[in-house]
Design a protein around this ligand. Sequence first.
Ligand SMILES: [Zn+2]
Length: 154
Amino acid sequence: MTAPEVPPADEVTQGWWAATTEHRLVVQSCGACDGVQHPPRALCIHCGSTERLGWRTASGTGTVDSFTVVHRAPRAGIEVPYVVARVRLDEGPILLTRLEGRDPGGEWVVDDRVRVAWADLPDGRALPVFHPVEGEPDRAQAPAAERQHRGLPA
Ligand SMILES: [Zn+2]
């Protein structure tokens, strides 16, 4: 992946970026209401607390919520095509990210199951990107597949 322009860490995002240096995906969590959120904010979007925000390690898996294929580079030096997506983490929050590991030209569909991978940045931080989870039936098909496995009518 071509190195993107990435904002520096600040007081609010520092914990998130620090976790990326260990290839650990975290979501911001609230000790007051147990809510989780992304991107990191100075207050909890669920209860408004500013005092008890921390970090929780995410499972790293999620579902493609929507995506688009970028064919025209936003600036020089970026390889196209690539896939920009909203991925809904299993914990709930949505990440704006990239999908990799498949032909950008048309193999992705909404609701594909994905797992985090990491694109290292020159400064030691890393960006989460998502790859397909192979061999895991998607949620819509899982019940039918399970019934077939048990020999019951679909
Ligand atoms: Zn809260």
